[in-house]
Design a protein around this ligand. Structure first.
Ligand code: 13P
Length: 283
């Protein structure tokens, strides 16, 4: 039963120079597709759920789907709660068996974020779960979270103190990365990743994976971004495949055929990211 500890998977990836794909799913079909890509390419995988997905599918249904679909999986997979400022959702997911959570306290003062994040880490440890921390808003609105405004960037010292004081397993810095689509190739502060890893030794999470190029991934992964988040690419693959099938196929009246078509497109999207992150064959 290789449902794995997120922190352990990501630390191993950092040590071996690849990144674990962390892909946000939205329903049963996308969960199945992402797990199928991981199994086929022998890759570890972090399946992410936004708070919106937890609410729309329902925590109990989501966890039951996860349990049923991972019971026979033979690669390490983990279930992660993405950007969550709501402590009650964090508590519910930890109690239900999520492998890890991102406590997103970036809207709080750093002091209050740190105080609450320590509590989240203590709570997670009781379940053997891991925690990702964040002190800066990553630009772009995703699943109702975040803002299109440029947020404040903290100094290296503040970020390092936060990581040390909270004991988070993974840290998500803002380095010019954006949730959603990039309008132009972003200039990413890759030095900040090297500095944070040098000072703390913990792996970094690269948010805003959709639309970055293979050269940007390989540089940031080599510096310690051992978890790379991808959400928009899945939504695009899902919507495009639905549209393509419904506008082009004379058999479009048959839902299972539509599901197969969409599942294939989402699996292919996951395969491409597994390969780009160097995760193929690492299970
Ligand atoms: P994208 O939607 O840009 O892929 O970002 C995903 C993400 O960072 C989720 O936390």
């Amino acid at each position: 039963m290789p449902v794995a500890a997120t922190g352990q998977m990501v630390r191993r990836a950092m040590a071996e120079g690849y990144a674990v794909p962390a892909i946000n799913i939205v329903n049963d079909l996308t969960l199945e597709a992402v797990l199928a890509a991981a199994e086929e390419l022998r890759s570890p995988m972090i399946v992410q759920t936004s708070v919106k997905t937890v609410r729309s599918v329902g925590l109990g249904v989501l966890k039951a789907m996860w349990d049923a679909m991972t019971v026979r999986i033979s690669v390490p997979v983990a279930l992660h709660l993405d950007h969550c400022p709501d402590r009650s959702v964090i508590s519910d997911c930890l109690a239900a068996g999520w492998s890890s959570v991102l406590f997103d306290g970036h809207a709080l003062s750093v002091e209050e974020n740190e105080r609450q994040c320590r509590e989240v880490v203590a709570e997670a440890r009781r379940y053997g779960a891991d925690v990702e921390g964040e002190i800066e808003g990553i630009r772009g609105v995703e699943d109702g979270m975040g803002s299109d405004e440029e947020g404040a960037i903290q100094t290296l010292e503040v970020a390092v103190d936060f990581i040390r004081a909270t004991g988070v397993d993974i840290f998500a810095p803002a380095i010019g990365n954006v949730h959603g689509m990039y309008r132009a190739r972003p200039a990413l502060d890759h030095q900040r990743i090297s500095d944070l890893v040098r000072e703390t030794g913990i792996p970094m999470a690269l948010h805003g994976g959709t639309g970055l190029g293979p050269d940007q991934f390989s540089d940031l992964i080599a510096r310690g971004c051992a978890k790379v988040n991808v959400s928009t690419a899945l939504k695009l693959a899902y919507m495009d495949a639905n549209r393509e099938f419904l506008t082009g196929d004379p058999q479009a009246g048959d839902p299972p055929k539509l599901f197969d078509h969409v599942r294939m497109a989402v699996t292919e999207m996951a395969r491409q990211h597994i390969r780009m992150f160097g995760a193929e064959g690492r299970a």
